[in-house]
Design a protein. Structure first.
Length: 145
């Protein structure tokens, strides 16, 4: 007889290596290397902050069950970011991204004001994040939701 704990251990041993492989691929991609070498300011605020040009990502990166990314970003807020289930502050907190963490952005839309800005990003994993320019440094321009 197979116990439920045995089933969980034996049927999903691949998840951790797959997640690590995806993380390594994202961190070692040419776009990530270019981003680290020459970080860009948020395109919406490019006039205020000149940015160096970086090569475009050759293809959108996705993980199983995710949507293609239209842009990528890096968390620059020291306190990290709160991930929510809806594009509003009252949305349920479903996770966090730490300082220095990468985000794959599916699209952007206007929503509730957070720190004086109304931009929200839908990430490729289905979570939402308020995106004030001082919290996320983006590479590429996210498409509109």
């Amino acid at each position: 007889m197979v116990t439920s704990s045995h089933f969980r251990e034996s049927s999903m041993p691949h998840r951790k290596p797959v997640a690590l492989a995806l993380l390594a691929a994202a961190l070692l991609s040419p776009a990530a290397a270019a981003h680290a070498a020459a970080p860009q300011a948020d395109p919406a605020h490019a006039a205020a902050t000149p940015a160096a040009a970086t090569p475009a990502d050759p293809a959108p990166r996705t993980a199983f069950g995710e949507t293609p990314a239209s842009a990528h970003g890096l968390v620059v807020a020291r306190e990290g970011l709160t991930l929510r289930d809806a594009p509003r502050r009252a949305g349920t907190e479903v996770g966090r991204r730490p300082y220095g963490g990468a985000v794959a952005i599916h699209c952007a839309m206007r929503g509730e004001l957070v720190q004086g800005e109304d931009r929200w990003f839908l990430l490729t994993d289905g979570t939402w994040v308020a995106a004030p320019s001082r919290s996320i440094e983006t590479e590429g321009v996210p498409r509109t939701c």
